[in-house]
Design a protein around this ligand. Sequence first.
Ligand code: NAD
Length: 421
Amino acid sequence: MASLQRNPFLIAQHQFDTAADLLDLPSSIRAVLRVPQRELTVNFPVKMDNGSVKVFTGYRVQHNLGRGPVKGGIRYHPDVDINEVRALAMWMTWKCALVNIPYGGAKGGVIVDPKFLSISELERLTRRFATEISVLLGPEKDIPAPDMNTNAQVMAWIMDTISMHRGYTVPAVITGKPVNIGGSLGRVEATGRGVMLMVREAARRLNRPLDSLRIVVQGFGNVGSTAAHLLDQLGCKVVGISDATGGYYCGRGLDIAAMRTFTTQHSFRLLEGYDAPGVERISGTELLELDCDVLIPAALENQITDLNALRIQARMIVEGANGPTTPEADQILTERGVTIVPDILANAGGVIVSYFEWVQGLQEFFWHEEDVNDKLERIIVGAFDQVWTIAEERRLPLRTAAYLLAVERVAEANVTRGVYP
Ligand code: NAD
C-alpha cells in the first residue's frame, strides 16, 4: 500500500475498490466508476500587471454524470495536479450520492499560488480559466463552487464571465456566490456547520458530553475557522489551531473569535503574528499529535499518514478536508479504535447548501437562513444516522459504511440508465 501514499487518485481508487469488493460489483460497472468520465486540461495565457504574459495550467475533471449534472469546487494551489483533481472529482461523486442530492462529481484546479498575484491578475486568471472550461459548464451540466484559495468573489467573476458569453445572467452556473448576486444565505458557513454537526452526532453516539471535548483544528480557512467557531459556541474547548504559518496552542482554550477577527485584518487571512497570553507557538506537525479528543483536519490531503498515525492522540477524527487520511493511517487508527467520520460525510455540508443555492437560483425564489440551516441539518444528520447503522450492523469503519451506501447508489443509477448506445 506504501506506493499509494502520495497519489490521491490511487488512494481514491483503493477506497472505491474496497467498497466494490464488499458490494460484489460486476466488473463492467466497476470499470466505469474507477476512472473519470471526462478530463479537460487547459494551458492559458494571462496578462500580468507588468505587461508580461504568463501561461498557467488548469484542469476540470468530471468523474461520473450518472446521477445528474456534476458538481465540485475549483482550487487554486501550487500543488494542484491532474491526479489530485481526479481524486477530488471521484470523492465528489460519492459525497453527492451519500447525501442523496441529484449530482455527479467534478473538480477543477489551477496550478498557481494566488499569494503572488495582484487582485486584478487574479481576476484575469479566473475569467480566462472560466472561459477555457466554459465548454463544460452550465446549470444543467457542471456547476463549480469554491475550494482552497477560491472564494465568493472568484465565484462572482466566473458567474459574470459565463453570463457575458451567453448574453444574459446565469446565476445557477456556479454556487458559493455572494448573496447579493444570487448566493444562498448560510453557504459560507455550510461546510464548517456540517463538520460541527458531525462532531456533535459522533460525540452523542460515543456518550461524550460536548463540554468535555478538547478540539484541535488543522487549517483556519473557510472550513476550519467556521467549524472552530461553531464548536466553540457549542461549549467545546478548541485548544489547537494551525494554518499555513504554523500552530497555536492554549490548554485552557483559544479565543476563536479573536483569532477570526485577527485573520480578517491580515493578508490571505493568515494567523502569522497572532499572539495572546497563554498561547504557545507550535509546529504544524506537533499540532496533529496534540493531546485532545477530536482532531479536525481542514487543510490538505495526506496529512495523517503511517508516519504519524501511531502518535495521533485524538479518539475522534472528523475530516473537514478532502482526503486528509491515507489508507495506511486509516488502518492503523481503526485498529486503535479511533472513530473517523470520513470526508465524504463530514464535509458534505458545503455541497448540500450549494445544492440549495442552485435550486434557489433556478427557481428565483430565495429562502430564509433558518430554512437553509434546518434543511442542511436534516440531510447531513440523516446521512450520518444511515452510515452509523450500516457500520454497526456490519461491523465496519464509518468510511467503508459511507462508501457502501454511496457507491451502491451511483452504481444503481448507472446500471438503470444502461450503456449508450
Ligand atoms: P481555504 O483556502 O479557505 O483554507 C485553507 C486553510 O488551510 C488556510 O487557513 C491555510 O492557511 C491552511 N493551510 C494550508 N496549508 C496548510 C498546512 N500545510 N498546514 C496547516 N494549514 C494549512 O480552504 P477551505 O475552503 O477551508 O478548504 C479546506 C479543505 O476543505 C480542503 O481540503 C477542501 O477541499 C475541503 N472542503 C472545502 C469545502 C468548502 O466549501 N470550502 C467543502 C468541502 C471540503
